[in-house]
Write a protein that binds this ligand. Structure first.
Ligand code: BTN
Length: 262
């Protein structure tokens, strides 16, 4: 049984005192969150949509979602961190999404893929897009956009080997408003850890990354490097050991497993 459409009332119950905006249909929740932040919305405020028609993913991909199929939300953060540490903020958000999805996953394996995909039973169930807005050299605010496949049916699509929905794995209905509330609380939690002890965020993230120990190809903006993913450093960069023994630092981009490209 589906959990029914998201409504203001349902979200108010689940999000309690948190400031939020709900849109039944939107281009991109990140866009509305940015506009709202520019108008002065406080940190922690969130935009949630039922349907997203022009959502953005990383590396120029799109993230659209029909009504009822996913959780689409963008959180406004005004982190007190050096802008160079932004990858750690995304790692903190990935940990929060991991925690919420794990609670809904009925014991199925949840992992993270570098840099910040969440995987369920080995396939991508959620993605995160962090977008920063600057005032000169200073970070004005960040929008952390999270998209989760809750009941998308990938059967018969080209994504079937790569993507998955929570409900197709668990066979249980996900209450999307509750899931949003849980993830937002975990964002508060991990952001607190980040501000006090950034290394703990990286350690927790490292422990959940299934990329480590795998042979991967990193697709960066201008080149590809293949090797074994041996570790991540304190800044969140992936360390790849190529066949000649050299360690390469990959700061951004995508990785695919070298054998099956998932
Ligand atoms: C990825 O490529 O894995 C990141 C996907 C991020 C999608 C989410 S959905 C909510 C928010 N609004 C957007 O336009 N994108 C993010």
């Amino acid at each position: 049984m589906p959990d029914g459409p998201l409504t203001e009332t349902r979200l108010r119950e689940a999000l309690r005192t948190r400031l939020f905006r709900f849109e039944p249909r939107i281009g991109s929740t990140n866009d509305l969150a940015r506009q709202w932040a520019q108008e002065g919305a406080p940190p922690g405020a969130v935009v949630i949509a039922e349907e997203q028609t022009q959502g953005r993913g990383r590396s120029g991909r799109t993230w659209t979602a029909p009504a009822g199929s996913g959780l689409l939300m963008s959180v406004i953060l005004r982190p007190n961190v050096d802008p160079l540490l932004l990858p750690r903020l995304t790692a903190a958000a990935a940990l929060a999404a991991y925690d919420g999805i794990e609670a809904a996953a009925a014991g199925q394996a949840v992992t993270l893929k570098w840099p910040n995909d969440v995987k369920l039973s080995g396939r991508k169930v959620a993605g995160i897009l962090t977008e920063a807005t600057w005032q000169g050299d200073n970070l004005a605010f960040c929008i952390v956009g999270i998209g989760i496949n809750v009941s998308v049916d990938f059967e018969g699509t080209e994504l079937i080997q790569k993507a998955i929905s929570i409900e197709s794995v668990t066979g249980q209905t996900v209450d999307r408003a509750l899931l949003a509330g849980q993830i937002l609380l975990r964002i508060d939690f991990w952001k607190g850890i980040l501000e006090q002890s950034p290394a703990d965020v990286i350690d927790a993230w490292r422990q959940r990354l299934d990329t480590l120990g795998q042979r991967v190809t990193a697709h960066a903006a201008d080149r590809e490097i293949s090797g074994e993913a041996v570790d991540v450093d304190d800044d969140g960069a992936l360390l790849l050991r190529t066949d000649n023994g050299l360690i390469h630092r990959v700061v951004a981009g995508e990785v695919t497993l070298s054998d099956d490209r998932v």
